[in-house]
Design a protein around this ligand. Structure first.
Ligand SMILES: *[C@@H]1O[C@H](CO)[C@@H](O)[C@H](O)[C@H]1NC(C)=O
Ligand SMILES: *[C@@H]1O[C@H](CO)[C@@H](O)[C@H](O)[C@H]1NC(C)=O
Ligand SMILES: *[C@@H]1O[C@H](CO)[C@@H](O)[C@H](O)[C@H]1NC(C)=O
Ligand SMILES: *[C@@H]1O[C@H](CO)[C@@H](O)[C@H](O)[C@H]1NC(C)=O
Ligand SMILES: *[C@@H]1O[C@H](CO)[C@@H](O)[C@H](O)[C@H]1NC(C)=O
Ligand SMILES: *[C@@H]1O[C@H](CO)[C@@H](O)[C@H](O)[C@H]1NC(C)=O
Ligand SMILES: *[C@@H]1O[C@H](CO)[C@@H](O)[C@H](O)[C@H]1NC(C)=O
Ligand SMILES: *[C@@H]1O[C@H](CO)[C@@H](O)[C@H](O)[C@H]1NC(C)=O
Length: 431
């Protein structure tokens, strides 16, 4: 068994160096990289992580879970900086990475242009020099996506390894990415779910993960958040077909509709154009000043009060045969769900280009207690900006594609209607 692991590891390392030395001649056996996505319910809100391989120690890769964040400007995680890794200076059970010095261009670049934009963060100064190294380190501010508090991290040279795929299976070859990320102390992750020790920036920032996934991978990111804790959802990067069991011959791309991704100044996140919300043929127009953002850290879709009011009014009208229940915060419209199987109409998001994103009952009605279920949308307040934030309860079991090459966003609507789910990727390794 040890020998087998060893051989796999050697093959894997050979694979990584091959990729770097011979890009031009190299026709990869894979079209994408694939990463499992876990749902966590032990923090203040449901959150999702990607599992990646960090370092190779004692003949095996260490795995770590990083919170999925579509907005974060760069990656940060629980690690420490060590400049002389060969001197055995990395303590046991600690992840060590190489520092970026305050004199390198990345330090200025991240601090001035690609930092977290939060007025509550204090200005950063250069860090102290590491013993024996002689350079100052590069502290940067990070904002905790759970508590919103500001923390300090140190910029590093990092190394992440992920598995390769053809969209159907996991291959035996590995892919290495070498981002500049940042190390934060373990204490920064106390509010995080158990076993989640970092933030994976999936934004359009040049310091986010996608920017470090290069040739031969095409710039297409796919994300499928699971609704269950029992098996993982899936993340892909690359121009790939996608297959979910039990339909082993249906490319998920055939289910997708596309709408343009909209650039938003001051944000590295992803925005789409939502023109109206349609509930049982009646259309609620979205004011032209309302922007719509996609979020993996907001649990429910948040609507600015003027929009929320109309959605709730319309939804309560079309569900007036269902006995109501007193609202349970943060929701404003709830039902007595002691009768099994609430039947409610779909909520349709009418997007730019006339595409329709259907929000099925599984994504609109949240079971809160055994006999109360609520409309899973929340009031963001009169001045909330962005006016609409599409949250994770609405995204679960929807296959999402961020085509960064074409700047378009693909969505499947509920996969449950297609008799599959985000938790149905076959993660079994093939040889
Ligand atoms: C990558 O594949 C290997 C072999 O199947 C597996 O042991 C490992 O957990 C996978 N890593 C991730 C992050 O999925
Ligand atoms: C940090 O050090 C670099 C290199 O010495 C210098 O250019 C930069 O101005 C310093 N930044 C701060 C915030 O002190
Ligand atoms: C955390 O990770 C450890 C080691 O991989 C595992 O044994 C444990 O079950 C995990 N805990 C949770 C809550 O996922
Ligand atoms: C992805 O592949 C499809 C079909 O093979 C092709 O039409 C499309 O242009 C490719 N997209 C990119 C960004 O390469
Ligand atoms: C946006 O439009 C709504 C409705 O037209 C208006 O009430 C609101 O004041 C506007 N908000 C901003 C920030 O311009
Ligand atoms: C739901 O309806 C049942 C039957 O009418 C009633 O006994 C129960 O108290 C109601 N529950 C709530 C939360 O309103
Ligand atoms: C992306 O753009 C290319 C070239 O404009 C086009 O051939 C391809 O079909 C587009 N892919 C998608 C998924 O829209
Ligand atoms: C999952 O993939 C493995 C490896 O290719 C294959 O042997 C197995 O049959 C697949 N499982 C299903 C349910 O298709």
């Amino acid at each position: 068994m040890l020998l087998l692991t060893q051989l796999v590891a050697i093959a894997a390392l050979a694979f990584i160096s091959l990729k770097h030395e011979a890009i031009a001649q190299f026709v990869p056996p894979y079209s994408s990289v694939v990463v499992p996505v876990y749902k966590h319910t032990d923090a203040a809100k449901p959150l999702y992580s990607v599992q990646i391989m960090t370092t190779y120690v004692n003949m095996q890769f260490l795995h770590a879970n990083f919170l999925i964040d579509l907005d974060a400007p760069f990656i940060w995680h629980d690690c420490i900086l060590v400049w002389n890794t060969f001197a055995g200076s990395c303590p046991a059970n600690t992840l060590c990475t190489y520092p970026v010095s305050c004199e390198e261009y990345q330090c200025t670049d991240v601090r001035t242009t690609y930092s977290y934009k939060n007025p509550s963060c204090p200005p950063v100064n250069n860090g102290s020099t590491l013993p024996g190294w002689g350079y100052c380190t590069c502290p940067v501010n990070v904002v905790n996506p759970i508590t919103g508090s500001c923390d300090n991290a140190l910029l590093d040279y990092d190394e992440f390894t992920v598995n390769t795929s053809n969209g159907r299976n996991v291959f035996n070859g590995l892919y290495g990415a070498y981002p500049n990320a940042a190390c934060a102390p373990s204490s920064s992750f106390q509010s995080f779910p158990v076993n989640v020790s970092g933030v994976m920036a999936l934004s359009s920032s040049p310091y986010a993960f996608p920017a470090y996934l290069n040739e031969p991978l095409e710039r297409i990111m796919a994300l499928c958040l699971p609704s269950t804790l029992s098996s993982p959802g899936v993340f892909f990067y690359g121009n790939s077909s996608y297959y979910l069991l039990p339909q082993s011959n249906v490319d998920i791309r055939s289910f997708l509709s596309y709408t343009p991704l909209i650039n938003h100044p001051d944000s590295f996140g992803y925005f789409i154009g939502l023109n109206s919300i349609v509930i049982k043929t009646r259309s609620i127009d979205i004011p032209g000043n309302a922007t719509t953002k996609l979020s993996t850290v907001d649990p429910y879709t948040t609507l600015r009060s003027d929009i929320y009011k109309w959605v709730v009014r319309r939804f309560s009208l079309v569900t007036k045969r269902i006995p109501p229940a007193n609202p349970i915060a943060p929701f404003g419209l709830c039902f007595n769900a002691s009768v099994n199987g609430l039947r409610v109409p779909d909520i349709e998001f009418n997007l730019q280009d006339g595409k329709k994103w259907s929000i099925a009952t599984a994504n609109s009605i949240k079971q809160v207690t055994t006999d109360v279920a609520c409309l899973g949308f929340v009031d963001g307040g009169a001045t909330s900006e962005p006016a609409i934030v599409i949250g994770t309860f609405q995204l679960e079991d929807n296959f999402l594609v961020f085509d960064l090459e074409n700047s378009s966003f693909g969505f499947s609507s509920s996969l449950l209607r297609k008799k599959t789910s985000c938790a149905n990727f076959n993660f079994t390794l093939t040889n």
